[in-house]
Design a binder for this molecule. Sequence first.
Ligand code: NAP
Length: 315
Amino acid sequence: MVKVFVSDFIPEDILDPLRSLGEVDMWQGPGQVPRSTLLANLGTARGWLSMLTDTIDAELLDAAPGIRVISQMSVGVDNIDVDACRSRGVLLGHTPDVLTETVADTAFALIAAAVRRLPEGERMVRTGAWGPWDPWHFLGGDLYHATLGIVGMGRIGQAITRRARGFEMTVNYTSPTRKDVPDATMLDLADLLSDSDVVVVAAPLNSETRGMIGAAELNLMRADAYLVNIARGPLVDTVALIEALARRSIGGAALDVTDPEPLPPDHPLLGFPNCLVVPHIGSASVRARRAMARLAVDNLVAALRGEPMPAPLHD
Ligand code: NAP
């Protein structure tokens, strides 16, 4: 009988096709599955439904010689040593598309919250610091007619662009390859940074993009511009961002993802009122997460049956 390991809770109605295929061993907490549990449980498994919090490296793969397919419930596989999987013949699946619109919604929520200074205003109300209305108090920027710079014009970048049209924004992007996206202009990164009212990072994390928004890049941004990171924390150099916020060389930041993650409550980033941080909830809608879980199960079932996965990870 085929044995499958699942790294976190998946609702039973979604798991059903997997249960009918073999024996399912599902981690149900508390917390994330410990590495020792993975090392102990993957030994006899043929399939693995993994999460982005699993570090999938050569050591783990060597402890799981029977694994034929890893189906991850995420987009962004920076936690996986893809070469180590390929060299062992392990098939890889992921969950693109089904979360794209939800992540773009979250990106826009972060953009709006940062530019209109919503968290600062809310804190002021709650702490009793709300004084009489003042025409020159608490001014922020505008979304309408703003210039948006998107770093990484892929699925999510393009979904953000579609939303930006409603605000009649000017959209620029930087990407290794030119994209056929109406009303969006490809720029090099330096021009994009210096032109933008808001910069949104939506590129994958890999050895080339790690730290791509560092001190030099932040210095190119305008003093009233905002940085939004919806992709992965390590794309932005955290120390450089703290320095930029401290020097007020940018207007602020809004981060769905951080480095480190989770961010400890005493972390310097949390000391800046103009730095909004939310806990990696980009795709956290009921609909998106159920769709991701279903696609991850479908990938696993297909691969274990020897059929093509609906969403294989391509090189
Ligand atoms: P995607 O369709 O693969 O798009 C990524 C885009 O980034 C591609 O178009 C790629 O360009 C571009 N890119 C690669 N290297 C770049 C660089 N050095 N500079 C600028 N652009 C670069 O992926 P997606 O579905 O939009 O997702 C993007 C990332 O978002 C994922 O990798 C993941 O890490 C993150 N994400 C976060 C959440 C969340 O919850 N916050 C949820 C989903 C995804 P080419 O096409 O030319 O290669």
